[in-house]
Design a protein around this ligand. Structure first.
Ligand code: GAR
Length: 204
């Protein structure tokens, strides 16, 4: 009997939640996530995929010895190539600065398992074309008093999935868009991996 209980416990301990990261740019969040889960017993980053051949995120993944590859629009939206790859390698799909809309077939295959980070307080400054410095420029131009980060599930519309977590900071009148970007990145590095970990642990 004790032996059976031991084996059941061992099985639970050994369940590994696999993350595939999709990113289009520099990949500083991807690197932060990879490092955070390095040697984690229940979460592992298995792949980094990018829609940009020369994206810095692919170099980072290579340096960190994470399997990485590039895909084009046809692989992503017109065939099942990436869907099949994700089914094989991912329990969760993390968007870390990924700029293409996720096809419905992938959303349906990973219900509540695709998580995006957005560099503003959604629903403000979201939607098509609102990414990276475009967001921070708009925040400064609009003379916002605060901005922040939003971590949310991904649905079929840009930046409209259910919000999991938000954190704010004050935007000072003297802040430039670069200052805002730095404040955003600081919060992203602090919270994104922790929120991913929390979601995974709540799902058991
Ligand atoms: C991050 O700030 C992320 O929130 C943003 O792109 C940046 C990527 O930085 N994502 C979006 O704007 C999505 N709409 P990184 O490549 O250094 O991680």
């Amino acid at each position: 009997m004790l032996l059976i209980i031991y084996f059941i416990c061992e099985q639970q301990v050994l369940i590994m939640n696999r993350i595939v990261i999709l990113a289009s740019g520099s990949g500083s969040n991807a690197e932060n996530i990879i490092k955070y889960f390095n040697n984690n017993k229940s979460v592992s980053v298995t792949q980094v995929l990018s829609n940009k051949k020369d994206a810095k995120v692919l170099e980072r993944a290579k340096r960190l010895k994470i399997s990485n590859s590039y895909f084009n629009r046809d692989d992503f939206s017109k065939s099942d190539k990436i869907l099949e790859l994700l089914k094989e390698h991912a329990d969760y799909v993390i968007l870390a600065g990924f700029l293409w809309k996720i096809p419905e077939s992938i959303i349906n295959a990973f219900p509540n398992k695709i998580i995006n980070i957005h560099p503003a307080l959604l629903p403000k400054f979201g939607g098509k074309g609102m990414y990276g410095m475009h967001v921070h420029n708009a925040v400064v131009e609009n003379e916002e008093k605060e901005s922040g980060i939003t971590i949310h599930y991904v649905n079929e519309n840009y930046d409209e999935g259910a919000i999991i977590f938000q954190e704010k900071f004050k935007v000072l009148p003297s802040d430039t868009a670069d200052d805002v970007a730095n404040k955003v990145h600081k919060l992203e590095y602090e919270y994104f991996p922790k929120v991913i970990e929390q979601v995974i642990s709540e799902n058991g």
